[in-house]
Ligand binder design. Structure first.
Ligand code: HEC
Length: 511
């Protein structure tokens, strides 16, 4: 409430002044970046969040947009002068940035009382359910993965981001919205059981491997927020401040179950943080060479291990053991491989274009673990040997892709071609044979309509593809015969997440 009031107070004088640039902003930008620039579907646009983006790049972003995102270019709608004025505006500080600390977070906490059943209140395999996020109207559907029938559909918070995350037993699913709300949904009882607003503009959340702790990474304020998984109450806030004293947005947070720790990537300082959630389990202090650690913030709970890196980290991938963190910076031609045990870079990767590591997957090819990543600028899938870190193959696809998925029980890796909205490729699904690294099939689930994001059933026998449109659908294929089995109408279904594949960290899915 307090935030809304503050927002209102700032906005009124701005609107009364009726400065052309404020009007431009309100007309073209506010719907995504927030009336107050605190973020919405798009990130907060404040000087403290734009330090890495130099003005010429900001101008270019506004004029040309960003691939594979909702940020469209405005070169045709706005003059050069307008774009420059808007750039000036977004680098202007707000008179006051709202505080979102302990008091505000705890005051937002909502707990839903009532008796809950310890068993699912519906008949379906609870491990073969899908959570389908329907971005079009901010809903989620729980889908029976055997019958392909919706069990329930409910409203989510605004613009979910980063994919929902499950508790280790698959009973609960946690959602993070871009405006900072964390919601805990009890799948057995088909009910939201707790919510809390952990930030003003958030990136994503991670659930610890022991299921006890949630970590949220924020863009605004520059914080990491630890919550009790049980009822989402606040444990503590960690300020994201680099060793150089600079504060930073959080790019993303992950849980590294085999290490007993969370990993947090900082966006504005060249550091990765490892935060153990179970020191005793992970032998955290022994698992790395102490000499490689720049500084350990020694605290009883949730100490932070800082690891310095050569470049900013914008996009990531982990190997199955979580020993290696593979990353790229937005504007770099190279990827880096960091050994999390030693804290040292072990390899550079040859990754032209703009790979989307976040949806990379792994499999075994000729006895070696390989990783594959789509590319949001070029129609290429890069396959890298994870022992030598050499590129084995660049596979041509019809157009730039965003997501990639496979399953242990299927011969194909599936990828889309919608990253740049290219009309020739955005309706395609390309199937790559994992044994030959050749394109085996190209499917068009609905010609002319965007096809994106694939998920497999628990047994890998069926594939669910999204028709990513307001009047979209899930198209379900037999993964072997590639015959369509069913089509379920949905409202811009973005991601879908199979409980079993996620909680077992299937190599065919990003984590
Ligand atoms: C339909 C939603 C939408 C609209 C409208 C929109 N943006 Fe964006 N904008 C985004 C998203 C989403 C991103 C993040 C893109 C990415 O993934 O990098 C973004 C990114 C940006 C960035 C880069 C921020 C950074 O930290 O790198 C700038 C600058 C920006 N937008 C300015 C504007 C301006 C100015 C306007 C109005 C003329 C505008 N945007 C309109 C959604 C939108």
């Amino acid at each position: 409430m307090k935030l809304i009031c503050l927002v209102f107070l700032w906005f009124v004088p701005v609107a009364l002044a009726a400065e052309p640039v404020e009007k431009l902003y309100a007309t073209h930008c506010a719907s995504c970046h927030g009336a107050d620039r605190l973020g919405g579907a798009g990130p907060a646009l404040l000087p403290e969040n734009l330090e890495r983006l130099r003005r010429p790049e900001a101008i270019k972003t506004i004029a040309e947009g960003r691939v594979a995102s909702q940020m469209a270019g405005f070169a045709e709608k706005l003059s050069k002068e307008d774009i420059e004025a808007l750039t000036g505006l977004i680098y202007t500080a707000l008179p006051q940035v709202p505080v979102w600390g302990e008091k505000e977070i705890s005051a937002s906490h909502i707990r839903v009382a009532g008796a809950m059943s310890d068993k699912p209140i519906f008949k379906a395999d609870p491990l073969n359910l899908f959570v389908v996020v329907e971005l079009g109207d901010h809903h989620a559907t729980i889908l029976d993965g055997d019958k392909f029938e919706p069990i329930t559909r409910f409203q989510t918070r605004f613009a979910l981001h980063g994919g929902p995350k499950f508790s280790p037993d698959g009973r609960y699913v946690y959602f993070a919205s871009r405006d900072g709300w964390i919601s805990k949904f009890d799948i057995y009882n088909l009910k939201i059981v707790a919510e809390i607003r952990a930030g003003i503009n958030s990136r994503n959340l991670a659930v610890s491997g022991d299921g006890k702790t949630i970590l949220v990474g924020n863009y605004l304020p520059h914080t990491l927020v630890l919550l009790k998984a049980d009822d989402l109450s606040l444990i503590k806030i960690i300020e994201a401040v680099g060793q150089n004293g600079k504060s930073s947005r959080i790019s993303a947070v992950y849980q590294a179950e085999p290490r007993g720790s969370f990993i947090a990537a900082l966006k504005d300082v060249k550091e990765v943080w490892e935060i153990p959630y179970a020191v005793q389990k992970s032998n955290w202090q022994q698992s790395f060479d102490p000499a490689s650690v720049d500084m350990v913030v020694r605290e009883k709970t949730f100490p932070v291990r800082r690891i310095s890196v050569d470049d900013y980290l914008d996009d990531f991938f982990f190997d199955q053991t979580y020993q290696h963190l593979i990353s790229t910076a937005r504007d770099s031609k190279k990827g880096h491989v960091l050994d999390l045990d030693t804290g040292k870079k072990v390899a550079d990767l040859d990754l032209p274009g703009m790979p989307h590591l976040g949806s990379g997957i792994t499999w075994n090819y000729q006895g070696h673990p390989v990783m594959a990543t789509p590319n949001t600028k070029e129609g290429l899938v890069t396959v890298i040997d994870m022992q030598t870190w050499q590129t084995i193959k660049q596979i041509q696809t019809p157009g730039p892709g965003f997501f990639m998925r496979s399953h242990e029980n299927t011969p194909y890796a599936w990828t889309d071609g919608f990253a740049t909205g290219n009309p020739l490729s955005r309706d395609t699904m390309t199937l790559i044979d994992k044994n030959t690294l050749e394109v085996a099939h190209i499917l068009r689930p609905e010609p002319g309509k965007t096809a994106a994001h694939v998920e497999f059933t628990r047994d890998g026998k069926y594939v669910l593809v999204s028709i990513w449109e307001m009047d979209g659908a899930l198209v379900i294929y037999d993964a072997q015969t590639l015959k369509e089995v069913k089509r379920i109408p949905m409202c811009k279904p973005s991601g879908k997440y199979n409980v079993y594949n996620k909680i077992t960290r299937s190599a065919g899915t990003s984590h």
